[in-house]
Design a binder for this molecule. Structure first.
Ligand SMILES: Nc1nc2c(ncn2[C@@H]2O[C@H](COP(=O)(O)OP(=O)(O)O)[C@@H](O)[C@H]2O)c(=O)[nH]1
Ligand SMILES: [Mg+2]
Length: 207
């Protein structure tokens, strides 16, 4: 079987809004209240069977670079889907979402955008006050041509649904038909680990 990733998904959003927890919940079905920031960017992949097609999805997680609002171009390169995350209890994180939407569209104009309100369990349980109205967020996403969902990585609520939506949208595009026809040796997108050496020169990152 080819090791080529067919669907590249990038996660973007303010630090601490829940990106790493989202990908961890999706990949391993677990949640931890203590997540770790690693160096550069993390990558993981998973095979999904959908509409009688096998799709290899690769997910890139920012892992600390987002705090400088300056991701390296390799991170965005070839992304077919971007999940723009914010924390439903943080208005600031929601306001940052606009910046990330503009960034991804600038870097990858054909990338499909999904706006994801994370940590919904906090407001569902009443343990924290909601800062971003669900209808406002949904409207803002539509205005930007993006799809919208709210998730909880703690309970797992809507996490599979988010990635299913992304994979389904991808499976319906002509892009899949084109990539599926590529021979196995044409493996242009590999499992990579972006390191500090690939960070932009302007970054103040100390890693
Ligand atoms: N209650 C709750 N906490 C979450 C959720 N997602 C993330 N967190 C917590 O928020 C903090 C930051 O999460 P993290 O995934 O590292 O954010 P990142 O910096 O965007 O990758 C951690 O303490 C997580 O445990 C969620 O869905 N529910
Ligand atoms: Mg993280």
């Amino acid at each position: 079987m080819s090791s080529r990733v067919q669907l590249k998904v990038v996660l973007l959003g303010e630090m601490d809004c829940g990106k790493t927890s989202l990908v961890t919940r999706y990949m391993s079905g677990t949640f931890s209240s203590k997540t770790q920031t690693t160096i550069g960017a993390a990558f993981c992949q998973r095979n999904i069977r959908i509409q009688q097609k096998n799709i290899k999805i690769g997910i890139w997680d920012t892992a600390g670079m987002e705090q400088f609002q300056s991701m390296c171009s390799q991170y965005y390169k070839g992304a077919q889907a971007a999940v723009i995350c914010y924390d439903v209890t943080s208005l600031e994180s929601f306001e940052k979402a606009d910046f990330w939407i503009k960034e991804i569209i600038k870097m990858e104009p054909d990338c499909k955008v999904y706006v994801c309100g994370c940590k919904r369990d906090l407001t569902d349980s009443g343990s924290k006050k909601r800062a971003v109205d669900v209808h406002d967020a949904s409207d803002r996403a539509s205005e930007a041509g993006a799809k919208f969902i709210e998730t909880s990585s703690k309970t797992g609520d809507n996490v599979d649904q988010l990635f299913l939506m992304i994979t389904q949208d991808f499976a319906e595009t002509a892009a899949l038909a084109a990539t599926a026809l590529l021979p196995d040796e044409d493996e242009t997108t590999q499992t990579i680990q972006l390191g500090a050496d690939l960070l932009p020169k302007t970054s103040k990152c100390r890693c």
